[in-house]
Design a protein around this ligand. Structure first.
Ligand code: CAA
Length: 257
């Protein structure tokens, strides 16, 4: 399907979504979020897809919410439409999502990256929560997911000053999984997604669910969730196939069941 603000393609078992509003540095307009959510729904429903890569352009992953659109909105508009609620779709995707970030990932752009499971950054990437410089605060998880990811010291620095950080600092503080040369960014992310997509799908989804739960629960509940999911994988053919393949010194043939 052709979209107005994103480009969607598949690379074998990997779904690739490129944010594509070059004139506005991929600012996250209503249309873009609607397009993104539609594409995510499609990849979630498609059994041929095992993992998703979300990327932007060389210049910008996304420069945040669309300020031109937001500037016109009143409190009542924004409250009645529960503005940014629909952005959370990305955080509910069950398949793994890798953000491949080059250039600016600011405001809502940084927050979208934080909703992904892995963040791969080009050495050109710049992350920031500059909403404070607009008289706003982050509205799509920047005060919450960022703080859980990097801790209070760095989150307060970014949220209160609006300072941008480069890829090296983002990796050092735990915002980013890997930094790669810009020219290799998308291919590296697609290769990692392909690797994940080739593993046992039930195990992958449960691994994502287990790690994700750790952000929502006390340790004892998280450990219990992990143990229940670990136990339940013994009901899958894939787990027995994976263990047998190891012992027989051959590659596993996972069937996703
Ligand atoms: N919304 C709408 N348009 C944007 C935009 C945004 N967030 N970011 C950039 N643009 C537009 C610019 O207005 C400009 O358009 P024109 O050519 O028509 O003037 C075009 O994109 C290119 O931008 P610049 O000329 O500013 O490019 P630059 O290279 O000089 O600077 C930048 C790049 C540092 C990213 C700068 O554009 C910038 O600071 N953008 C805004 C970043 C920001 O404040 N983001 C937070 C938004 S609020 C938010 O996200 C709320 C939330 O948490 C949900």
């Amino acid at each position: 399907m052709a979209y107005e603000t994103i480009i969607v393609e598949t690379r074998d078992a990997v779904g690739l979504i490129r944010l594509d509003r070059p004139k506005a540095l991929n600012a996250l307009s209503r249309q873009l979020i609607a397009d993104l959510n539609h594409a995510l729904d499609g990849f979630e429903a498609d059994d041929a897809i095992g993992a998703i890569v979300l990327t932007g352009s060389d210049k910008a992953f996304a420069a945040g919410a669309d300020i031109t659109e937001m500037q016109r909105l009143s409190y009542v508009d924004i409250f009645m439409h529960d503005f940014v609620a629909e952005w959370e779709r990305l955080s509910r995707v069950r398949k793994p999502v890798i953000a491949a970030v080059a250039g600016f990932a600011l405001g809502g752009g940084c927050e979208l990256a934080l909703m992904c499971d892995l963040v791969f950054a080009a050495d050109t990437a710049k992350f920031g929560q500059p909403e404070i410089t607009l008289g706003l605060i982050p509205g799509s998880g920047g005060t919450q997911r960022l703080t859980r990811a990097v801790g209070k010291a760095k989150a307060m620095d970014m949220v209160l000053t609006g300072r941008l950080i480069d890829a090296a600092e983002a990796e050092r503080i735990g915002l980013v999984s890997r930094v790669v040369p810009a020219a290799e960014l998308v291919e590296t992310a697609v290769a990692a997604a392909a690797k994940i997509a080739g593993l046992s799908r039930p195990a992958v989804l449960m691994a994502k669910e287990a790690v994700s739960r750790s952000f929502e629960t006390p340790l004892s509940d998280g450990i219990r969730t992990e143990r229940r999911l670990f136990h339940s994988l013994f009901a899958t053919e894939d787990a027995h196939e994976g263990m047998a393949a190891f012992l027989e010194k051959r590659p596993p043939a996972f069937q996703n069941r």
